[in-house]
Design a protein around this ligand. Sequence first.
Ligand code: CA
Length: 221
Amino acid sequence: MRILVIEDEPRILAFLARGLEAEGFSVDGADDGRAGVERAARGSYDLVILDLLLPKLDGFAVLRQLQNRLPELPVVIVSARSELETKLRGFDLGACDYLSKPFSFDELLARVRAQLRRGRPGENGSVVHAGLLSLDVARREAKLGDVVAALSDREFRLLHHLVLHEGEVVSRERLLADVWGYHFDPRSNVVEVCIRRLRQKLGEDAPIETVRHGGYRLTAA
Ligand code: CA
């Protein structure tokens, strides 16, 4: 398993590299945002650990570029910034997890492993169908008629969740808990934002129905 750490603080980079290598991961480092994006695009990494305050290109810009170029690559943010707003922005941009500095290495390791486990069932190339919608698990791609949409990790997981519960009303609280897997502020609008993005990507025939006061339902397209 290969991990890229994008972090400009040499002490933290060395600490993470040492710790992760001791756990059997192969680790590369990049000490500014631009170098991080380039490295990520060139190497085949299984996961990226990303700092936010970085020279040349800040962490959010890095995240946006990674989402565009490598939407299936899980990104865990590790940042001294611990405000909810910053965290939500990170999740909105597609980060899988967020850890505030200072953090314990064991917690980081647990979260990294959780993300890597999550990715693995997708690698056997299975495709899930619901009506006219098909979801390619390995490619993180949704197909609806002529529309082929590349999805971010979060969009994919939300849609996958709805597909697995086709026809059922799934509440936004449940989506928050199951897809974000994090103790999210229940007032957060990340679910709405993600649904909106999915509908934009799938076009006007997107089979996602909003059920008032209920949640969302994948209708048989
Ligand atoms: Ca930094």
